[in-house]
Design a protein around this ligand. Sequence first.
Ligand code: HEC
Length: 272
Amino acid sequence: MTTSKTSRAAMALFAAAALALAAPAMASGGADLRMERAPASRLDDASLQRGARTFVNYCLNCHSAKYMRYNRLTDLGLTEDQIRDNLILGDAKIGDVMTVAMRPADAKAWFGVQPPDLTVISRVRGADWLYSYFLGFYRDEGAPTGWNNLVFPNVGMPHVLWAYSGQNKLVTTEFENHEKAVGAAIATKALALVEPAPGGKYLLRTLAVDQPGSMAPVQYRAMVADLVNYLEYMGEPSRNKRITLGIAVLMFLGVLFFFAYWLKREYWKDVH
Ligand code: HEC
């Protein structure tokens, strides 16, 4: 009796785990999202510095990063003076965490939702999601902020980088079945969303440029890649140290192996 109960509990747990693993693949309730891959450049300090600058200039007005201290940015090869002069806006001190000027209650009133803390957002969403999110904004006159997002439908956040990216509009195409719509989504090689529509049909939603921004698309993508790179770094700042330490340890072991092998040959030379 007890064994069957525990095994049933184990089965339920297993099923729940399997579901949790399967969930990301079917994001946003039955819709298929084709995301864009974030170009990874974790150890590129220049990219991380550019990302940090975008972050403090365009994100900290609304979002906080309460678990990140400014002086930690010395990790990225910046001096404390550089951080103070270029990255700290307002009267924060170098040892302070990245807080937000806006009061949470105001934020709630303005946007309907409180902008979440972004310190560990990359661990929740992943780099590709974040990269796609910043490519996914489009003009939507029906939305309270005038913006909507392919990756985050009905998002409460306005597109804060729109002056650089320009404005995109939504393009919807109807397909007879799921397979055809997904095939077309893959063929776009870009951000694309497939959604079920009435009558068993499927809609493919993609974006097209409506008004160009001040940056060329490739420049804007580079800016977003740097920003996402920074968000990833912030989620796990010590990872960079771990990677460089790991490489140093492997190199050390390589050199040690060479000497050990050489010593072994010296010892056994007279025996053979
Ligand atoms: C004008 C205020 C404002 C600014 C500036 C802003 N955001 Fe937001 N952001 C919001 C709000 C409000 C939400 C919540 C949206 C919702 O849940 O519908 C949000 C949501 C997000 C999310 C999704 C969080 C989730 O639920 O997973 C991410 C990621 C994000 N913002 C990143 C950024 C980054 C990076 C910047 C800087 C480039 C930025 N935001 C600038 C207001 C802002």
